[in-house]
Design a protein around this ligand. Sequence first.
Ligand code: SF4
Length: 324
Amino acid sequence: MTDVREELGELLAQAREHLLYYRDLGLTHIGEEKKTATGESFAATKEESPVSETAAPKPAPIMPPPLPVESNAPETPLSALLMPPQSFPKQEITMAKKNEPQAPAIISLFGNATESQPETSPARETLPGSETLPARETLEDIRRDLGECQRCKLWTTRTNIVFGEGNPKAELMFVGEAPGADEDASGRPFVGRAGQLLTKMIEAINLKREDVYIANSLKSRPPGNRNPEADETRACIPFLYRQIACIHPKLIVTLGNPATQGLLETKTGISLLRGKFQNYPRIAGIKLLPTFHPAYLLRSPDKKRDAWEDMKKVRAFLRGEIEP
Ligand code: SF4
């Protein structure tokens, strides 16, 4: 009996070693990998963790993309074989479930409009000329490269770097200008009053905050919420470009004038561009829709109706109902 136990123990130890070896190779699932129409891996979507960075940069370990596994066996997270269920990372149970039915939204912030249930978002398109190569760096790589950044003078007055957060495989990305006081204090984007309004805008189109990715053009707060200066934007915006290339969203919604002008590399103002689909100039196939900044909407509630019209376009675009 003792021999059998010892043998079993040895076999289990060998199996565990084998699984650890696969994990070291970057393999996160054993079994059939589910694909979208464009070949994007659902498994990868579920495994990626939302990125939320704070001032004390604790670089997350690099998570290589899962390798496809040829097998008919049901999909099994490798992590499930290596750790007990109660030790699963928190993000695995909070990650957005894109196909999950959601309750209709009562859009009180835009009036009393009640919207019907959305259908499942269509698969991401690959348009001619799109940048189809997979991103070679992860958000964690970019965050690590940013480090305790001192590339412009804003580092001297900030409390926390606000890198961005959300679904690293998001189809929809929101980009604002720069962190405010609440964001600077927390290290998270859009968490103050304007951020709460943005969350409502996202929920109004039947998405969750965790479904999208939210970032700013600048990662440090300009003192007194002054406008960023040209040299500060020049120093910081390349990190946003890299985040966009890494996430490769289907649509970027720019919030306000500076973010719109920064990403479109134009001097045309938001009043002319708002609500009109644009091409993101750096990566073919990514669309961009400018709308008002939520902070502006708080000051000018009469503009909420326009913003709601923009958000309806966002939803229709993601559902494949309009072709800009
Ligand atoms: S704003 Fe950007 S470039 Fe300037 S210090 Fe902050 S992170 Fe660095």
